[in-house]
Design a protein around this ligand. Structure first.
Ligand code: ADP
Length: 158
């Protein structure tokens, strides 16, 4: 089985993430969305909530499953029999960091990284931007799935 992982913090999942996840799901037998993140970073949603939101947003994609990970993605890959990481590249500014990560992961665990160019519709999109806009009354309905929109409004505007 050709299985890949899409790792990230997904706080919360956006249509940019979903675009990459669904395109990867067309290319591979199984896509594991791995929810992790830096424990020192404050997040709006807990890991369990982030998992639930992604599960809701990907329920129609049969070959996508959502899991949590802590520690190194190479260890997660080894434990789950995954040979490659799929990442979306938005702009040149993403490149340096992603390149370093990819080379580190290859050198440490032989894990490949495949980069997918973002859909231009979502090239500017990040979870932080969505949170900031929503908080101050911006309309983010075209940028996140309906389950996320509902939760964002409840959390940020009450
Ligand atoms: P970070 O890794 O900075 O915490 P996220 O967890 O939000 O970022 O995103 C995880 C991964 O999803 C990113 O590394 C990137 O590969 C991809 N991604 C995020 N936003 C987009 C987008 N708008 N278009 C394409 N890919 C994206």
């Amino acid at each position: 089985m050709r299985r890949v992982v899409c790792p990230g913090s997904f706080d919360p999942v956006t249509n940019g993430h979903l675009d990459i996840i669904s395109r990867a799901a067309q290319l591979y037998d199984e896509v594991v969305v791995a929810v992790g993140g830096n424990p020192a970073k404050t997040t709006l949603f807990t890991p369990a909530e982030r998992v639930e939101l992604i599960e809701g947003a990907t329920e129609k994609l049969d070959n996508v499953r959502v899991d949590r990970f802590e520690g190194l993605i190479v260890d997660f890959c080894r434990a789950n029999n995954i040979s490659a990481v799929v990442k979306g590249l938005r702009a040149v500014s993403d490149f340096d960091y992603e390149m370093q990560q990819a080379q580190m992961n290859y050198s440490q665990g032989g894990v490949e990284t495949l980069f997918m160019t973002t859909n231009p519709l979502y090239a500017f999109l990040s979870s932080s931007l969505v949170k900031d806009f929503c908080k101050f009354g911006g309309d983010v309905s075209g940028l996140v799935p309906p389950v996320v929109l509902e939760e964002l409004k409840r959390r940020l505007r009450s």
